[in-house]
Ligand binder design. Structure first.
Ligand SMILES: NC(=O)c1ccc[n+]([C@@H]2O[C@H](COP(=O)([O-])OP(=O)(O)OC[C@H]3O[C@@H](n4cnc5c(N)ncnc54)[C@H](OP(=O)(O)O)[C@@H]3O)[C@@H](O)[C@H]2O)c1
Length: 290
């Protein structure tokens, strides 16, 4: 049976807007298609290519990446697997970090350097314009306004369509919006780590997409916490996995959530995308929020 686009699994959680672009709320984070410590090539590049192509087959039309993933590796693999890009695919990339080795992340948002990073991403992704370009962090070594002004320049020059921020407070977003329109915010957020509640609420009020990074972090790494025990319990009851429940919880938290779970494996991708159609009852939510 041929599936029409509306019925592709990733569409089941509905859509969200990034400026005038509309994407499914179930997206993909392409940080994990790199080597250990997010450095160098992945152990199984062919499987990573299959993951990226499966994203499209499953109806994902938003992919998050960054020039620092690898570095360069994630953007290069995306282009290798998917260029020429299918209509409607939105790629969001980021800049700000340099990399000297596995798990080493050095922030440098010297505005001149940001321009170099943007030029590199355009080249690697084989694009004339990047749909969503995110400042990976605000670098306090330079005036924040200069970094925002650089983003505004990129939009004016037609090299970037929309701008997003990452790991920011409400005050940061408000300051940036005085200089350049902001369509998305990407902060760490999951069922256990809810430090960004205020930012999530602000994004809903202001119709800014919120991209929770590390959305599966809870189920994977936090052992013994009450929330994780509840996650196991709710998953058992629904016949789902705890990863799926963790994603369904985040999606349910706000209509502006655009989830970007990351994986290097097709079976994990399929499992994660199936969470788009997982319904949580008021009783499930009560337990998960307890
Ligand atoms: N803005 C920022 O500062 C920032 C920081 C970090 C990440 N991000 C973005 O956010 C995305 C998501 O964050 P993340 O990758 O750190 O965390 P995540 O999506 O919460 O978890 C990814 C990890 O979970 C594993 N995994 C995925 N699906 C699984 C499943 N169904 N069962 C078991 N294990 C599973 C993956 O390993 P396998 O490969 O083995 O599946 C990977 O190690 C990234 O890809 C990146 O695009 C942004």
């Amino acid at each position: 049976m041929t599936r029409t686009r509306e019925f592709l699994p990733a569409a089941a959680a509905g859509s969200v807007t990034l400026g005038e672009l509309t994407v499914n709320r179930m997206g993909f984070g392409a940080m994990r298609i790199t080597g250990p410590g997010i450095f160098g090539p992945p152990e199984d590049p062919d499987e990573c290519i299959r993951v990226l192509r499966s994203c499209i087959d499953l109806g994902i039309n938003f992919i998050d990446t960054a020039d620092s993933y690898g570095p360069n590796v994630s953007e290069e693999l995306i282009a290798k697997a998917l260029h020429p890009y299918p209509e409607g695919l939105v790629i969001g990339t980021k800049a700000g970090f340099t990399r000297s080795g596995p798990d080493a992340w050095e922030l440098d948002c010297n505005p001149k350097r940001l321009r170099k990073q943007l030029e590199g991403s355009l080249k690697r992704l084989k694009l004339d314009r990047i749909d969503l370009w995110q400042l990976h962090r605000i670098d306090d070594k330079y005036p924040a306004e200069d970094q925002f002004a650089m983003l505004a320049d990129f939009v004016r020059e037609g090299k970037v369509r929309y701008v997003g921020l990452s790991e920011v407070t409400v005050k940061d977003i408000q300051a940036a919006r005085k200089v350049v329109p902001i369509v998305s915010v990407q902060n760490r957020y999951n069922i256990v780590d809810r430090d960004s509640e205020e930012v999530v609420d602000y994004c809903l009020e202001e119709k800014i997409a919120f991209l929770p990074w590390y959305p599966l972090g809870a189920g994977l790494r936090v052992k013994g916490a009450k929330k994780v025990r509840n996650l196991d319990e709710v998953a058992r009851r629904l016949g789902a996995t705890k990863m799926q429940v963790a994603l369904a919880w985040v999606l349910r938290r706000s209509p502006v959530m655009l989830v970007i779970p990351g994986t290097s494996k097709v079976d994990h991708l399929e499992e994660n995308v199936a969470a788009a159609s997982l319904e949580l009852s008021p009783h499930d939510l009560e337990e998960l929020n307890a």
